[in-house]
Ligand binder design. Structure first.
Ligand code: GDP
Length: 326
């Protein structure tokens, strides 16, 4: 890829779709020369990328995330917003049979000229995927997308990672008779700023409302988190658009809470610093893996650790020493 960074930055800021796609491909690249260009591009774009609303969305496969994002995104563009959808899916290929951020899962939004959908980068580690997604968000904000929805799937660490790169975190849940909390991990509940019981349509409407009330009761027992915010538990349907307005209001109230308590600016600043360190770790990790000095030792040391001839700690010392030429 031959890149004129200044030209590309200009085109991104003008909102040229093809340029946005190319810029994201550049910032997702792990090649050393691309990373240098990506750094230059991000430096040019960052001053223009401040005010996009960043919302993380999670829920187990089948909860209706893509249907909901398609509906919510369309609802938002109809109200004058420009909406981008990105995904963090370190398993990189499949969750419940579908690819996160796949355009075919969001048929209306995929053809909406005020929306941009970007599937999860396939780069292996969560750190690598997170770095790429954070960078993509800067590109999208600079291109004038004022709402960025970050989709992830309900598997532990990636939710924490998404919470660390967004302002508000929306958890989609399902009503289940018997055990209403089934399938929702406590850790995820603690991350959630707004919870919506989805598929609250037709014959499920009552059941969903009841589940929401019970969940809200359970949350009140847990008490508000450090931020003093009580996550509202709402009901919605991505299929019928029911409750999209109240979910958006809940997210907006959370944003107001962040501003009124002075947390917003601090949170954004902390996120920038966390991004810096995450990039350092990711960079060191990939340099270490590809270093020739490490490559030559690797098989021998792994064998020695497997057979018990060498302790993992001792072997790790030798790898680090070889990498640093000690
Ligand atoms: P995801 O895996 O979380 O992205 O879930 P999908 O959006 O692909 O939806 C999974 C299934 O649930 C599909 O068969 C959808 O048609 C269905 N579904 C999604 N949203 C709703 C909803 O709001 N109401 C109902 N009744 N079904 C829904």
């Amino acid at each position: 890829m031959k890149v004129d960074v200044e030209d590309l930055a200009g085109r991104v800021r003008a909102g040229e779709r093809a340029a946005v796609g190319r810029a994201i491909t550049l910032v997702e690249s792990t090649r050393a020369d691309h990373r240098r260009l990506a750094g230059e591009l991000l430096d040019r774009l960052t001053p223009h990328a401040q005010d996009a609303r960043r919302i993380g969305i999670t829920g187990v496969p089948g909860v209706g995330k893509s249907t909901f994002i398609d509906a919510m995104g369309t609802w938002l563009t109809a109200r004058g917003h420009r909406v981008a959808v990105v995904a963090v899916d370190p398993s990189s290929t499949r969750s419940g049979g579908s690819i996160l951020g796949d355009k075919t899962r969001m048929a209306r939004l995929a053809v909406d000229e005020n929306a941009f959908i970007r599937p999860s980068p396939t780069a292996g580690t969560l750190g690598g995927v997170a770095r790429a997604t954070r960078s993509a968000m800067v590109v999208l904000a600079a291109a004038g997308y004022d709402v960025i929805l970050v989709e992830t799937v309900g598997v532990g660490q990636s939710e924490i990672t998404v919470a660390e790169m967004t302002d508000s975190f929306l958890l989609l849940a399902l009503a289940r008779t018997g055990d209403q909390l089934q399938g929702i991990k406590k850790g995820v509940l603690e991350l959630a700023d707004v919870i919506a019981v989805n598929k609250a349509d037709g014959e499920h409407a009552m059941e969903a409302k009841k589940a929401a009330r019970e969940l809200e009761g359970a949350l009140r027992l847990m008490g508000p988190g450090d931020s003093g915010w009580n996550a509202p538990v709402l009901t919605c349907s991505g299929l019928t658009d029911l409750g999209l307005d109240t979910v958006w209001e809940g997210l907006e109230s959370h944003l107001k809470h962040l501003h009124s308590t002075g947390r917003f600016d601090r949170m954004r600043a902390d996120q920038q610093v966390a991004w810096m360190w995450a990039t350092v770790r990711d960079d060191l990790d990939s340099r270490l893996r590809s270093a020739e000095s490490v490559q030559t030792l690797r098989a021998e040391l792994e064998d020695a650790v497997r057979t018990g001839d060498l302790s993992p700690v001792h072997a790790a010392d030798r790898i680090v020493a070889a990498f640093l030429n000690l």
